[in-house]
Design a protein around this ligand. Structure first.
Ligand SMILES: [Zn+2]
Length: 199
């Protein structure tokens, strides 16, 4: 994928900086950074961290604008079960799950693949699930200016599952609604459609 290669080619100094710090962390937790299995770990971890935070260097609005088309369609468009992988900003541990997004066009539609792409742009940053939900919602609302937009995210948080309260099966749901989706009937239709198995 292009963004990953770009990072490797153009941000090598950043990678070295981050790499040295990962090396220190490994040392501080009591490991031997020179042990065979760990020799390349600081570099791999640095690259992974830069990959997982590449959203800071991407513009979600531009991505949407690059694939907006005039169209009279004005029924609900739903993209459900979009995979979400993000990092919680409190512990820098993953949270992951699914996003369900709908909008009602207002003269313009957007290429369907762009919606999951902007989910990634906002998810690949240090996030809280609440802000991630709103970032996606506001971006679609401001750029596409639809009659309405809805975002629901269901996610499990590793910081809860592996540490702290160790609640392994809890799922956090967040949602945001704008425009037509603030009406209870429209919102219910959306919620019914994302919870059905027919799609
Ligand atoms: Zn956390």
């Amino acid at each position: 994928m292009a963004p990953y290669q770009n990072l490797e080619e153009y941000n090598i100094n950043v990678t070295n900086e981050v790499k040295d710090r990962f090396s220190k962390i490994i040392d501080e937790i009591g490991e031997d950074v020179n042990r065979e299995g760990l020799q390349k770990t600081p570099e791999r971890a640095a690259k992974a961290m830069l990959f997982l935070t590449q959203g800071y260097r991407q513009d979600a609005e531009e991505i949407l604008k690059s694939a907006m088309f005039k169209e009279d369609y004005d029924d609900m468009v739903i993209i459900k079960d979009i995979e979400v992988y993000s990092l919680c900003e409190h512990h820098m541990l993953p949270f992951f799950g699914k996003a369900h997004i709908a909008y009602i066009p207002n003269g313009h539609i957007v290429g369907l693949s762009k919606i999951p792409r902007i989910v990634d742009v906002f998810a690949r940053r240090l996030q809280v699930q609440e802000r991630l939900t709103h970032d996606i919602l506001e971006c679609i609302n401001d750029t596409l200016k639809p009659q309405g937009v809805a975002v629901v995210i269901e996610a499990s948080h590793m910081c809860m599952m592996m540490r702290g309260v160790q609640k392994q099966n809890s799922v956090t749901t967040t949602s945001g609604f704008r425009g037509q989706f603030e009406k209870i009937e429209t919102r219910n239709e959306f919620l019914k459609l994302i919870s059905s198995d027919l799609s």
